[in-house]
Design a protein around this ligand. Structure first.
Ligand SMILES: NC(=O)c1ccc[n+]([C@@H]2O[C@H](COP(=O)([O-])OP(=O)(O)OC[C@H]3O[C@@H](n4cnc5c(N)ncnc54)[C@H](OP(=O)(O)O)[C@@H]3O)[C@@H](O)[C@H]2O)c1
Length: 512
């Protein structure tokens, strides 16, 4: 029943069979379910992508009837779905497939009742005992829930070909290298790697998937994709928003753990990987892991010179005053937590020898934008560089969000006799070209898990390699608390040290 077709292959879209199943969401009354998971399920259903034999059970602590839960889900869909307004005709049928199960995560009796309820739903919906368990809960509960599911017969033998069970695990996966390894060890006592689907929602984004198509289905770029032609790479994840009501969470995490260890490392490995031997999950993930293994370990000199941390202070966003991080709810008044990071990495392999990768991520920056920019080497200067306006290097910018698309900067002659050269942009936008906004990442990821394709989920060794690169930074920071926080105002592009860092290499950050 394991699918061999990859989502990126055209064949995959047309031939993959989807098994009947029940999806159980742990943490079904939480924020993530409201904003992302419930709308994702509705949109998958509307697009005809859920199996015809399907049911969903929400698992949480508070008392609720099935009907109350359905009403809450409907409200969430109406508020957060990308397709609005809600289609009442579709909802009338769909809501009958949604149920609620009240229990504490640590209560064995609750799992006994759950197992029997799921069997009852199997008879009602012909779901053939197949299960997806989505753990939208705090990480401390992951091992306990998996252990109880196994104990009560809901995690099957991975070699059982009559039925399957899969578990989607939300991020964060670990707090550093040691805790990720400990978490992995606990989980793997009860769950096989083939049953484990670690979410990094960036992998569900169309534009991230398109990176592989762009690189390996277009011969013109791949031949330039190396140290001979590329000067450097910039990866930016900029957020305009602050931490909102997630102060408690962010005080534990910080930006490195929240964004860099997972999303940015995924972008880095996609942009730098070698062509995989095939499009299977292991083919692609093997190559991504090799990139992470090739990242040059950071030394103490790097922590001082090539890693910059920042924290926002009060400032202005879009003309409105905005509070500093230390004034946010649930944040300590002298918090050392970083809301900005810039760093330089090298990938010590044949393709990328000597090419710096500059990473920059932050909150409360002037605008929201995630992009990977490939900055090519200058053309030889013999013909056009002496002019008043020298030609700028070619840049290929892949926008992950918003305005998903790809832009190429090329130099052009301005019409007229004086012939000045001007950089122009060739711009491809998903929305305008394909006439629709891409589906939400969570739609794609839930669908892939039901199909049994783990390509778009992080494998255990990917997670640990990423932690291996970044844990030394966290340790250095813990030993050297920041002296000058806050060091950038809301609405700016981060601390001046980030500009100084890249300027030492004679380069500058791109303006998004
Ligand atoms: N929210 C986001 O934008 C976001 C983004 C990325 C990743 N994540 C990750 O997703 C996970 C869930 O986040 P969230 O923001 O949705 O959390 P949340 O709003 O705090 O929701 C937690 C959920 O877990 C349930 N719960 C907590 N303790 C329980 C217990 N002992 N027994 C039974 N149910 C219990 C709660 O039920 P009751 O409400 O009934 O108590 C609620 O449904 C976390 O790992 C988070 O890091 C969240």
């Amino acid at each position: 029943m394991q699918s061999n077709n990859h989502p990126l292959s055209e064949e995959g879209h047309t031939t993959r069979n989807i098994d009947p199943c029940i999806l159980v969401i742990f943490g079904a009354t939480g924020d993530l379910t409201s904003r992302k998971l419930a709308p994702a399920l509705y949109n998958l259903g509307k697009d005809g992508l859920l199996p015809p034999n399907f049911a969903c059970v929400g698992f949480a602590r508070r008392e609720k009837t099935h009907e109350e839960f359905r009403q809450d889900v409907k409200k969430d869909i109406s508020t957060f779905s990308r397709i609005k307004p809600i289609d009442e005709g579709f909802w009338q049928n769909f809501h009958e497939q949604i149920f609620y199960h009240q229990s504490e995560f640590d209560d064995d009796a609750g799992y006994v009742r759950l197992a029997s309820f799921l069997k009852q739903l199997d008879s009602q919906f012909a779901t053939r005992a197949n299960r997806v368990f989505y753990l939208s809960v705090q990480p401390k509960y992951f091992p306990m829930i998996i252990e109880k599911l196994k104990k009560h017969g809901m995690i099957y033998d991975p070699h059982d070909h009559t039925k399957w069970s899969r578990v989607i695990i939300e991020k964060p996966f670990g707090h550093d290298l040691a805790s990720a390894a400990a978490l992995q060890a606990q989980i793997s006592e009860n769950l096989d790697e083939s049953q484990t689907y670690r979410i990094d929602h960036y992998l569900g984004k169309e534009t991230v998937q398109n990176l592989l198509v762009f690189r390996f289905a277009n011969s013109i770029f791949e031949s330039l994709w190396n140290y001979k032609h590329i000067d450097h790479v910039q990866i930016t994840v900029a957020e305009e928003i602050g931490i909102g009501s997630r102060g408690n969470f962010f005080e534990e995490e910080g930006l490195l753990r929240d964004i860099v260890q997972n999303h940015m490392m995924q972008l880095l490995s996609h942009v730098a990987m070698e062509p995989p031997v095939n499009l299977s999950a292991s083919g692609i993930r093997d190559e991504k892991v090799k990139v992470l293994q090739s990242v040059r370990p950071l030394t103490e000199a790097d922590f001082k010179e090539w890693v910059v941390r920042g924290q926002y202070g009060p400032g202005f966003i879009n003309g409105q005053s905005a509070a500093g991080y230390r004034q946010e709810k649930d944040v300590h008044k002298d918090s050392p937590i970083e809301t900005f990071l810039a760093m330089r990495l090298f990938i010590d392999n044949w393709r990328w020898a000597g090419v710096p990768f500059y990473l920059r991520g932050g909150k409360r920056l002037p605008k929201r934008g995630t992009e990977i920019a490939i900055i090519f080497k200058d053309a030889p200067g013999v013909l056009f560089q002496q002019r008043e306006h020298p030609n700028l290097p070619n840049v290929l910018a892949m926008r992950i969000q918003p305005d998903e698309g790809i832009a190429m900067r090329i130099n052009c002659k301005v019409p007229g006799p004086s012939s000045p050269i001007q950089p122009v942009k060739m711009d491809f936008r998903y929305g305008s070209y394909f006439g629709q906004t891409p589906p939400e990442a969570y739609e794609r990821l839930i669908w892939e898990c039901i199909l049994g394709d783990s390509t778009l989920f992080a494998r255990s060794d990917e997670v640990s390699e990423s932690w291996s690169i970044l844990t030394p930074v966290l340790e250095y920071w813990a030993a050297h608390p920041p002296k000058h926080f806050p060091n950038y105002p809301c609405g700016s592009w981060g601390p001046k040290e980030a500009d100084e860092m890249i300027a030492k290499d004679g380069r500058s950050w791109r303006i998004l």
